[in-house]
Design a protein around this ligand. Sequence first.
Ligand code: CA
Length: 134
Amino acid sequence: MMIIRRLAVVLAAVGSLTAANAVLPVPAHAALSDCAPVGQNCFWAATDYAGTPYESGASGWPDGTCITLPASWRNVASSIYNRTAATSIRYYSGTSCSGTLLIVLFPGTARPELTGNLNNNIDSYKVTTFGSAA
Ligand SMILES: [Ca+2]
């Protein structure tokens, strides 16, 4: 009986530790740094940059270069990050930059939560030197 009581006390302590951990604030955008190195265009399947990003090249490519995501990353992204210093990125709903232009991210900008027709819809993207009309 004593053992059961002690076990109950231990379990209660563990439970309160778990509860305490659960209420700790999660730093906002902590996982943006997972998109590395600088110059990448990153995609996460979850919102708030949670999990492992898919990293794809972006900076230094000729204006208008279009990249179709690998099949396993099409219609998947729920958060994105343009981690470049001077490249705008246009995201499209279809492969080969077809379909709808969903969103444009300027250099160094990100979206923690894609909503509406942006969510789970990106198939390809096009890079443009920031400020270029291309
Ligand atoms: Ca799509």
